[in-house]
Design a protein around this ligand. Structure first.
Ligand SMILES: Cc1cc2nc3c(=O)[nH]c(=O)nc-3n(C[C@H](O)[C@H](O)[C@H](O)COP(=O)(O)O)c2cc1C
Length: 320
């Protein structure tokens, strides 16, 4: 019996599976990202790359909390030029690469996007949403005008598929997603971490040097899923779900909410690289058992069924 294909097309990028790693959780070393690909991902996402070398925040930068992790890495990275060879190394190994990047100003975002496009990345993910850094633009994803401006400027620098990664730490994520779409984004990644903190009761002070950090893992899933749901209703471009995906059931929820692909981060720390293969197999079994012939048929289905129920309820309601 032939297996159902898990292939998807996201913003013109053809992937053999809808799964990718979430930026930063596994760093940027090509052999490690190759393991993600070999474990079943359709593409790998690099750590967010900035214009210049950056040390990030001093330790402690990562702490386990119930149902997840809190991190305040502060975007440590060796700068875009260094990444050129890393991207080339991944491409030589046959791995599709999504290069995640950030800047402190509109010009820096454009400059890094240009360098990474020339390095041979297959797609770019504009990180508009790190909650742990304060740059000229602040947390970019909290301002629709800035998101549109940066996206439009980057759009002029590259023809590659451009994902814009948003933050859950905003009042109305739909408004920000629409701004990214107007700016020329090809897909929205929803979402980055949720701002939080933890206190050491013996030292009587915040555990993270940065005081606050970004919450990831199962704890954020209901929030991230709601973000995907809202963004999928607000824009016509594909949505990539991210936040707490650990099991195939989580993945199916995200697909039903409107995600066309998924990024898995913290679950690799708790479940190992096998998580990609396990989630792939679970999705495949779900498709088979429910009579679907591919992922596309499931994407956003919960919205349609919701609408059908609403219209049935309308027909049944007694009007006075
Ligand atoms: C240690 C760590 C480092 C991260 N670094 C980045 C990063 O460089 N760029 C980025 O866009 N997101 C970064 N994130 C956020 C993740 O990509 C992801 O959006 C978030 O963790 C939610 O997904 P998860 O629950 O599957 O981990 C980081 C998360 C963690 C835990």
């Amino acid at each position: 019996m032939s297996k159902i294909s898990l292939a998807v097309e996201v913003a013109g990028l053809r992937l053999r599976s809808p799964l990718m790693n979430a930026a930063g959780v596994l760093g940027m070393s090509p052999p490690i990202l190759k393991r993600v690909y070999d474990s079943g991902a359709g593409a790998v996402v690099t750590k967010s790359i900035g214009p210049a070398p950056r040390t990030g925040h001093p330790n402690p930068t990562l702490v386990r909390v119930s149902c997840g992790a809190l991190n305040a890495m502060g975007l440590p990275n060796p700068g875009a030029e260094y990444f050129v060879d890393e991207i080339k190394a991944l491409k030589e190994m046959g791995v599709p690469v999504v290069a995640s990047f950030f800047g402190g100003s509109v010009e820096e975002f454009a400059e890094v996007a240009s360098t990474l496009s020339k390095a041979g990345a297959d797609a770019l993910e504009l990180n508009a949403s790190c909650p742990n850094v304060q740059e000229e633009l602040g947390m970019l994803a909290s301002d629709a005008g800035n998101v549109e401006k940066v996206t439009a400027t980057v759009r002029e620098e590259t023809r590659l598929p451009l994902f814009v990664k948003l933050s859950p730490n905003v009042t109305d994520i739909k408004e920000i997603a629409m701004a990214a779409e107007r700016g020329g984004a090809d897909a929205i990644t929803a979402v980055n971490t949720l701002k939080g903190m933890a206190i050491d009761i013996n030292f009587k002070r915040p555990i993270l040097t940065n005081t606050t950090g970004g919450l990831s893992g199962p704890a954020v899933k209901p929030v991230a899923l709601r973000c995907v749901w809202e963004v999928a209703e607000a824009v016509d471009i594909p949505v990539i779900g991210c936040g707490g995906v650990t099991t195939w059931e989580d993945a199916i929820e995200y697909l039903l909410a409107g995600a066309s692909a998924l990024e898995i981060g913290t679950a690799v720390m708790t479940h190992g690289f096998e998580v990609y293969g396990q989630v792939n197999e679970g999705i495949r079994r779900y498709l088979e058992m429910n009579g679907f012939s591919g992922i596309k048929e499931v994407v956003g289905l919960a919205h349609q069924i919701g609408e059908e129920q609403d219209s049935r309820a309308d027909r049944c309601s007694i009007r006075v």
